[in-house]
Each structure stands twice: as C-alpha cells, then as structure tokens.
Design a binder for this molecule. Structure first.
Ligand SMILES: N[C@@H](CCC(=O)N[C@@H](CS)C(=O)NCC(=O)O)C(=O)O
Length: 211
C-alpha cells in the first residue's frame, strides 16, 4: 500500500508532514480532507483522527496521527537524509522547538493573527482587532524565544531538522500579516533561516495557494 497523507494543502500541520515526506524523497498520495468545510467530522475521517483534525497518515497498513509522530516515523522508516540531529542536545532542542510551535506559536499565529488579518477579510468579514492583538502579543514572545534558541540559519544547526519543518508553515502565514510579518523581519537569525528554507524544493512544492 502506498503512503497516504490525509489533509488539505492549506493546513500547516499537514504541510509539515508533507515537508518531511518531500525531504526524504518518499512518494505519497494526498487526500485533501477539507476540514474548513466540515469534512474532518465525516465518519471515515474520524476513524483516522478521533478529533477530526489533520493530518492523518497511512503506510502499509500502519495508521498514525499527530504531526510530530508522523514526521518522526517518516524520518525513521524511510531512507534519505536524516531529519533528526544525531547529537542528543541538538535533538532535544529540536523537540523543544516543535513543542513551542504546538503549544504557543500555532494558536497565536494561525488562529488569531493570520485568521483575523487574512482569512476573515477573505471571507467578507470584519477582523476582530482585540483577538489579533492578543495573538500578536504571544507571537512576539514566541519570536523572541525562537530567535534566542535558533542555532543559526537552520534551527538546530548542521542540516534541516524536524524543527525547521514544524515551524516553516506557521511562519509562511505569519509573514502574510502586516505587524506579524514586520515582527518576524526584525529577527536576523529567523530571517536568514526563512531565506534558506524558502529556497528548498520541498518548501516551494508544498506552498499553499490561498483564495
Ligand atoms: N495535534 C495535532 C494538531 C492538528 C491540527 O490542529 N490541525 C488543524 C489544521 S492545521 C486542524 O485539523 N484543524 C481543524 C479542526 O480543528 O477542526 C497534530 O499535531 O497533528
């Protein structure tokens, strides 16, 4: 059975899993479950992901959900360049950065700053400035912390790691916002990281088309 990833191309978490597949050179079928139109709650998707979220993953009869678990599995089950540093401390840093994305960055950036500034107007609505400001406050703290943790123009030094792949889709959306984009551009290490990552074929290939 081929590798299947269930998730729409606009999803940041599905994109992280796809980036891991692309960086490893693994072929896969993409099943674009449109969670925004409620398809995540369809019985066949709830059987893959009990919360109706994306992505969900299948390989040879093995099913998995939760993006960090999928990305680690992809790295460890397939040949290709290692996406986790061999050094124990660099690997711990990688896991820490992925945790920061999950616990603090994603909610503030995607659900608050990006949603209010880009998606709400796209859908003909009026952004809620208070929600955007709340998100921006957390975003600024996230950027300060990540700028401090980044090893250089790759987050964990050396080669591309799961930390780079976890953060990138969220930053792509942050950069589409005015104040969030400006706050990001003010971070020299993160800006150099973006320039480097943005040129990678996997990143170009998985770029979402909005609107
Ligand atoms: N903890 C999950 C989070 C996945 C997640 O939040 N995915 C978003 C899309 S980026 C989603 O499915 N949202 C739809 C919903 O919450 O109904 C993971 O790591 O995979």
């Amino acid at each position: 059975m081929p590798v299947v990833l269930h998730g729409p191309s606009y999803s940041t978490y599905a994109r992280t899993a796809r980036l891991a597949l692309e960086e490893k050179g693994v072929g896969y079928d993409l099943n674009e479950v449109d969670v925004l139109s409620g398809k995540g709650q369809a019985p066949e998707h709830l059987a893959r992901q009990p919360w109706g979220k994306v992505p969900a993953f299948e390989h040879d009869g093995f099913s998995l959900f939760e993006t960090f678990a999928i990305a680690r599995y992809v790295d460890e089950a397939f040949p290709g360049p290692a996406l986790q540093p061999a050094d124990v401390r660099a690997r711990a840093r990688m896991t820490q950065i992925c945790g920061i994305v999950d616990s603090y960055a994603y909610g503030a950036i995607v659900h608050k700053v990006f949603w209010q500034e880009v998606i709400v107007p796209m859908q003909g609505g009026t952004p809620d400035a208070a929600i955007a400001a709340e998100g921006l406050k957390v975003t600024r703290q996230v950027l300060d912390v990540l700028e401090g943790l980044a090893a250089g123009d790759l987050l964990c030094g050396g080669t591309v790691s799961l930390a780079d792949l976890h953060l990138l889709p969220v930053v792509e959306y942050l950069r589409m916002t005015k104040e969030g984009g400006a706050a990001f551009a003010a971070k020299p290490k993160l800006s150099a990281w973006w320039e480097k990552m943005n040129a990678r074929p996997a990143v170009v290939k998985t770029r979402p088309k909005l609107g």
